[in-house]
Every structure is written in C-alpha cells, then in structure tokens.
Design a protein around this ligand. Structure first.
Ligand SMILES: Cc1ncc(C[n+]2csc(CCOP(=O)(O)OP(=O)(O)O)c2C)c(N)n1
Ligand SMILES: [Mg+2]
Length: 201
C-alpha cells in the first residue's frame, strides 16, 4: 500500500455522519472535539459520548470503552487534528487489538474549529498507514460515497480494530451542540449504557 494520501476529499461531512449513524444500531459512539461532535449533534443519541473541549483523547476513550464492554461495538468518530494530537493511541490500540473497536477520522485536512489551519494530512501523512503499521486488522482511506458505503458495515460487523480515514471537503457548519454540559453528557451516556442503578455507583 501507499503510505501517503494525496487525493482531495469531495464528500460532505454531515452526509458522511448521517450515513454512518443510520447503520449504527446498538453501537456505542465516542466523538472527538471539533466538528465531529457538532456533526454528531445533528443525529444526537444517548449512546453517543462526545468529548467537548478535551483534544487528543477520543481514541483512548473508545479503547477503554471497548475493553470494558466487549459485547458491544464501539465506534470513535473524530477529526484529523484531534487524531494527530493523540496519535500514540494507534500503537496502544494495536497492542491491545480489541475486536469490537473501530476508529473513523473525518479528514478535512484542517483544524476547522480554530480557523482552518492545515494539518499534516494535507501534506500527505496517512493516518491509515500509521494504523496499519500499528497492527490494526483493517484500514482504509475513503474518498467516494461508493467507498463509504462499502466501509460502513466493516465499522460495525467485522473483527477490529478497524480504521477508516474519510476524506471530506472543507465545508464548515455552525459550531454548536444542543446539550453542552459535560457532566450531563457523561451521566446520560452511563445511565443509558448501565442503567440508573449502576451508572452512579
Ligand atoms: C489541547 C488542545 N489544544 C488545542 C485546542 C483547540 N482546538 C479545538 S478544536 C481544534 C481543531 C480540531 O481539528 P480537527 O480534529 O481536525 O477537527 P475539525 O477539523 O473536524 O473541526 C483545536 C486546535 C484544544 N481544544 N485543546
Ligand atoms: Mg479537521
């Protein structure tokens, strides 16, 4: 495989999120700060835990959840900047190899929230290449809706860990989510997953 990604993305990030969310079933989802969390807010679900200000922790949060909940599928959806900040997570996930974990990066090749500074993926750094080198069971870089449709079932059905970088265009959307209280978001997720009895003790 080529270890650099140089083609440009044309897909719309909100359509990508909608396509993934439509197939999530009972999967638990963790979203990284920035646009991935705002995208997820448009398809809000109590089984989604969004990181809301902490950068670089989405994949590791997903790993912890996947290890704690081996019977559930866990999907992390984050941005290229957020993933680059926590890039060591690939090595830890590769060492643990949780079968129920998939990571998606919605890769616009920019730090959108802070003003569209280019990230290293714009210069050809391949996150899929890093994930593959770290021992992920499957990795893809996705450019087209047809490729996306082929990848989505692999997020939820095949043995992981699986990684997909989904190249999108640079469209920016309003940066808002309906529920902004981090403690509430955490409690909502735990209660939905564990039941009220176990969520707080
Ligand atoms: C430790 C830390 N550094 C910087 C920031 C500021 N920050 C918030 S969002 C963001 C950009 C995120 O970029 P990316 O993950 O690519 O998301 P997207 O482009 O989809 O918005 C940055 C730099 C932060 N919240 N925390
Ligand atoms: Mg980005």
């Amino acid at each position: 495989m080529t270890m650099t990604d140089t083609k440009k993305g044309t897909m719309d990030r909100r359509e990508v999120m909608g396509t993934i969310a439509a197939k999530r079933g009972t999967a638990l989802m963790v979203t990284g700060l920035g646009s991935a969390t705002y995208d997820a807010g448009t398809v809000d679900h109590p089984n989604t835990f969004c990181l809301w200000g902490g950068m670089g922790a989405a994949a590791m949060t997903g790993l912890g959840l996947a290890l704690a909940q081996p019977e559930r599928r866990v999907l992390v959806v984050t941005g290229d900047g957020e993933m680059l900040m926590g890039i060591g997570a690939f090595a830890t996930i590769g060492a643990q190899r949780p079968k129920n974990l998939a990571i998606v990066v919605i890769d616009n090749e920019h730090y959108s929230e802070t003003g569209m500074q280019p990230t290293h993926t714009q210069r050809g750094v391949s996150l899929a290449g890093v994930a593959q080198a770290c021992g992920f069971a499957g990795t893809e870089t996705v450019y087209t809706p047809a490729e996306l449709d082929a990848v989505v079932p692999r997020l939820f059905e095949t043995d992981g860990p699986f990684f997909a970088a989904i190249k999108v265009n640079t469209q920016r959307y309003p940066m808002s989510i309906r529920v902004r209280d981090g403690a509430h978001l955490k409690d909502r997720f735990r209660e939905n997953l564990l039941g009220a009895e176990r969520a707080y003790y």
